[in-house]
Write a protein that binds this ligand. Structure first.
Ligand SMILES: *Cc1c(COP(=O)(O)O)cnc(C)c1O
Length: 234
């Protein structure tokens, strides 16, 4: 790994190359810098390089970093969200990637209404049907979208998946392809208020394959900031 600046240049080049291979424009892919566990000073280096959209998987970390990072960044909540914590981030994040239950969606809708805003959300889909993963099953997405379409203060922008951890990113191509097919298929159902344009898929290990298969947001942490350390907070 190089400096953060070098890492970002490398990732941006790979994003552009992958987009070109798929006949897509690099600006149609948002590089979301996943800043979880990283301190504000380090995140500011990435922002200085132009990465102003930041992904965090814990409400607590967004709360801690929100003021110090200032108003010029865009926060995305990408991890599992507990219903009782929605109120803390409802007016702090641009998008919630991890909507996977009606109970959670209803809470987001309620809190958004109270703040007079409409929250952009993605439906998290467990494409590989992994026991350990959050997300709705692909075959449950249609019914879920019908439910979500009734909630006026959320706007369903698309789908998100966390693909399996694999050595060879080609192994995940099938899941990324199926996600895109699912999005096209769901848009074709003409569900009220549902017209999705966002596919959040691909992480450090597999974002190039994800872009080739249509990702519009890739969530990259390690590739930008290096390894994460989880200190034992005993
Ligand atoms: C941590 C995390 C990422 C980034 O993972 P890297 O492999 O470090 O790029 C992406 N998406 C989610 C949901 C995460 O929790």
């Amino acid at each position: 790994m190089g400096t953060i600046q070098q890492n970002i240049a490398e990732v941006e080049k790979r994003v552009a190359d992958a987009a070109a291979r798929a006949g897509r424009k690099p600006e149609d892919v948002l590089l979301l810098a996943v800043s979880k566990t990283k301190p504000v000073e380090v995140i500011k280096e990435a922002v200085a390089c132009g990465l102003t959209s930041l992904g965090e998987n814990k409400v607590q970390e967004i709360m801690e970093k929100y003021e110090p990072m200032g108003p010029d960044v865009h926060w995305h909540l990408i991890g599992h969200l507990q219903t009782n914590k929605v109120k803390y981030i409802i007016d702090k994040v641009d998008m919630i990637h991890s909507v996977e239950s009606l109970r959670l969606a209803e809470e987001i809708n309620k809190r958004a209404a109270a703040k007079d805003l409409v929250m952009d959300v993605l439906v998290e889909v467990n494409m590989a049907d992994e026991e350990s993963k959050f997300g709705v099953k692909p075959e449950e997405v249609e019914a879920f979208l019908h439910d979500l379409s009734q909630l006026p203060n959320i706007r369903v922008r698309g789908l998100m998946t966390v693909a399996p951890f694999v050595e060879n990113p080609e192994e995940n191509r099938v899941y990324f392809r199926k996600m895109r097919e699912l999005l096209v298929d769901m848009n074709g159902k003409k569900i009220d208020n549902i017209n999705m344009d966002t596919l959040s898929m691909g992480m450090t290990g597999d974002y190039e394959v994800a872009i080739e298969e249509g990702a519009t947001i890739v969530r990259v942490g390690t590739g930008i900031f290096g390894e994460r350390f989880y200190p034992n907070k005993a």
